[in-house]
Write a protein that binds this ligand. Structure first.
Ligand SMILES: C[S@@+](CC[C@H](N)C(=O)[O-])C[C@H]1O[C@@H](n2cnc3c(N)ncnc32)[C@H](O)[C@@H]1O
Length: 265
């Protein structure tokens, strides 16, 4: 992974060169629509407070849990015994990005959503709250983390979510044999090049003709930047949007022009 200094430099370059969606630079109806109706939607939805209460509880929880390590996932914590609040502070998507994912689900109304890397289920809760008619499948390997996520889903009242416990290597093929097609996915598990590309290819094989795939931390390391570049160059990918902390991939054969956007958020 990059050092804090390298990341800060990259972020500054992103911030000052990214488009803000106004004026020139956004010649894609999909991206213009996304910026106008999703990215810039400043409304405060009811679920924001409900879910953030749970995040705050986790950030104060001093319980020590056993955590299996599945590879590059967290920038901060390494040992197998971890404190809940330390994970809650370092590994979860921030409210800003988790709420953006909520608005994406609300706006695009996908039928089947897949999340790789549940952790405590905070982002999952946002995904599931975006559209009660969507079915969310979320995968987590660390057993005690998964148990806390399930508890949180019950606390928030999430009913359209199935939590699959175990290594992605086992849970994904089993899931794909039951649910063949997904139209929305958030990949936030193993932040390495080869696994990321492997998940991308699996998702492509199991996506509808129109799908939105979101990859976490695309600038976190040179490996993740290489994975992001390979995804952008894939022939099935039409539009991509780089928001620095996440990368959004649009699969849509109706869109003929391949375009990549870097948008400030
Ligand atoms: C960064 S956290 C997910 C955060 C969550 N999406 C959020 O925003 O709240 C990544 C999670 O993926 C899990 N994970 C990573 N690789 C895995 C694998 N191969 N199989 C199962 N779980 C895995 C880790 O245990 C960890 O809890």
């Amino acid at each position: 992974m990059y050092s804090t200094f390298q990341l800060a430099k990259k972020y500054l370059r992103y911030y000052f060169t990214a488009s803000n969606g106004k004026g020139h630079g956004t010649h894609s109806p999909f991206v213009f629509d996304f910026i106008t109706h999703v990215l810039n939607d400043k409304k405060k939805y009811a679920c924001y407070d409900t879910i953030e209460v749970v995040r705050q509880q986790l950030k104060q929880d001093a319980t020590i849990i056993e955590v299996q390590d599945f590879g590059a996932g967290s920038a901060v914590i390494k040992p197998n015994k971890r404190v809940v609040k330390a994970i809650a502070k370092s590994s979860l998507k921030s409210p800003k990005f988790a709420q953006l994912l909520f608005r994406m689900v609300q706006y695009y109304q996908p039928k089947s959503i897949l999340e790789l890397g549940t952790s405590f289920g905070i982002t999952t809760a946002y995904l599931a709250s975006g559209n009660a008619a969507s079915k969310v499948y979320t995968c987590e390997g660390a057993q005690q983390i998964a148990a806390i996520a399930q508890h949180n889903f019950n606390q928030v009242g999430i009913q359209n979510c199935t939590l699959l416990k175990g290594d992605f290597a086992q849970t994904l093929p089993a899931l794909f044999s039951i649910v063949n097609q997904f139209d929305f996915a958030f990949v936030d598990g193993n932040h390495r090049k080869e696994p990321t590309l492997q998940y991308f290819n699996q998702l492509l094989a199991h996506s509808t003709g129109k799908a939105i795939l979101i990859f976490d931390d695309i600038h976190w390391s040179s490996e993740m930047e290489a994975a992001w570049l390979a995804i952008q160059n894939h022939p099935s990918v039409t539009v991509t949007i780089d928001l620095f902390f996440i990368g959004i991939v649009c699969i849509n054969s109706d869109i003929k022009l391949k375009q990549h956007f870097v948008v400030r958020y």
